[in-house]
Design a protein around this ligand. Structure first.
Ligand code: NIG
Ligand code: FE
Length: 414
């Protein structure tokens, strides 16, 4: 057994929280672990009496939080879209570039050209860097293969990366079956949707390569009807649903998410009152991706309306080479406060407890509590409010994943 003590232990446990203390912070707190599991959380003073013989890692002037959970990434990419970025910054438009065969299809070409080994190595390196930023669980979508062989290759890369013995976050695979139309589909979205639904999805489900499915429901992407066909088949196969909805236009993605009890609807810069009400009633969480809307120069999603309706909000990085060229969930958290007016407790819960719940990890991750996985972060910061600024730098002292720490120095009680 090992104990970690810190000036502020941010438990994110609803049982510890009050109106004045929404994050359930324990001052001079302790977390005790046995192997990969948390066995006790409480005050440092009590920990010293209860567990006199365990080794103590003491951080008397630092913050300790649950490990961050990034619930929306496209991290299994390769290749650079720097050329497109320059065009966009000079005034070209994301959707126009995509229509001309760039965008997602440009990343498709890079992914198809990469070997499984190279894709795995790049993904592994990327998620290892995320761990240094404080991220201990990462959802990873496919969606750049756009045929069975290459979507499978992306998901095999996720599996291989999650089986590495190196220090890395837990990975959760999502089959993003409807992302863009590959050139060989020759503009036939209905035909491609049929092929994805009847051929690709059953094969991927049978191989056990995905826990979730996703579809990009938008103008210039897939319609709600097309996505519905794909999602219904996925539900039949026992997979749960996440939806890219309303990034550019409201075409009914939020309502579809509610109809099918999706775990989340993501982006939502464009969603109307009906979509919001339906999400609230069906318990669909809103995954906010401020790095993408910042990069695209968009108006924020209707955060005040989500709050009022009781829609739970998650903040994620959207890490991808087009709209969110970053690996940093802390950057997304910073932007969610700066651009979307989320409060600090909202972004911290949105990147821990809420994000974990959306990944089926409600009793496993995102909270510091007995029985949960020992995933947590010690920050080189005096207070959790500092997690959202300064930004653009590594602010962690150590990241612990399933009880294993990242090898950075561990101050011991003497
Ligand atoms: O979440 N909009 C769809 N999918 C991604 C972008 C993918 C890309 O441009 O490569 C997103 O923004
Ligand atoms: Fe995305």
């Amino acid at each position: 057994m090992i104990a970690y003590t810190a000036k502020r232990v941010v438990t994110c446990d609803p049982e510890n929280s009050t109106q004045d203390n929404p994050l359930g912070v324990i001052e001079n707190g302790a977390v005790v672990l046995d192997g990969s599991t948390i066995t006790w959380v409480g005050s440092a003073e009590q920990a010293l009496t209860f567990f006199p013989d365990v080794s103590f890692h003491s951080y008397p002037s630092n913050v300790l939080t649950p490990g961050l959970v990034d619930a929306h990434t496209h991290a299994a990419w390769t290749g650079s879209r720097d050329h497109e970025y320059a065009l966009r910054m000079a005034g070209a438009d994301y959707e126009t570039i995509a229509k001309a065969g760039g965008g997602i299809v440009s990343s498709m070409r890079a992914v198809r050209a990469a070997s499984l080994a190279d894709l795995t190595a790049e993904l592994s390196a990327r998620v290892e860097r995320m761990a240094l930023l404080g991220v201990t669980t990462v959802e990873v979508k496919s969606g750049y293969g756009l045929n069975l062989e290459n979507e499978t290759k992306q998901l095999l890369a996720v599996k291989a990366a999650s089986e590495q013995t190196t220090f890395h976050p837990h990975l959760v695979p999502t089959y993003l079956g409807l992302h863009a139309l590959p050139p060989e589909a020759a503009g036939d979205r209905d035909g491609y949707t049929r092929q994805v639904t009847t051929e690709f999805l059953p094969s991927i489900a049978k191989a056990g390569l995905a826990q979730y499915v996703d579809a990009y429901v938008d103008r210039n992407a897939f319609t709600a009807d097309q996505a519905r066909r794909f999602f219904e088949k996925a539900l039949d196969k026992g997979l749960s649903i996440r939806v890219h909805a309303g990034q550019f236009a409201d075409v009914g993605g939020a309502e579809l998410a509610a109809d099918l009890s999706a775990v989340s609807a993501d982006h939502l810069e464009n969603v109307g009152p009906n979509g919001i009400d339906r999400m609230a009633t069906a318990g669909v969480r809103a995954v906010l991706l401020p790095t993408a809307s910042f990069t695209l120069g968009q108006t924020p999603p209707p955060v005040a309306a989500f709050r009022k309706a009781g829609v739970h909000m998650i903040v994620a990085s959207d890490s991808n080479p087009g709209t969110a060229p970053t690996e940093s969930l802390p950057l997304a958290m910073a932007l969610a406060v700066r651009l979307y007016s989320l409060t600090v407790p909202e972004v911290i819960l949105g990147a821990t407890r809420e994000a974990a719940a959306s990944l089926g990890l409600a009793r496993t991750a995102g909270v510091l509590k007995e029985g949960y996985r020992a995933d947590f972060v010690v920050w080189d910061l005096p207070h959790e409010n500092a997690i959202i600024q300064p930004w653009g730098t590594v602010k962690t002292l150590t990241t612990v994943i399933a009880g294993r720490h990242d090898g950075r120095s561990q101050p011991l009680r003497t």
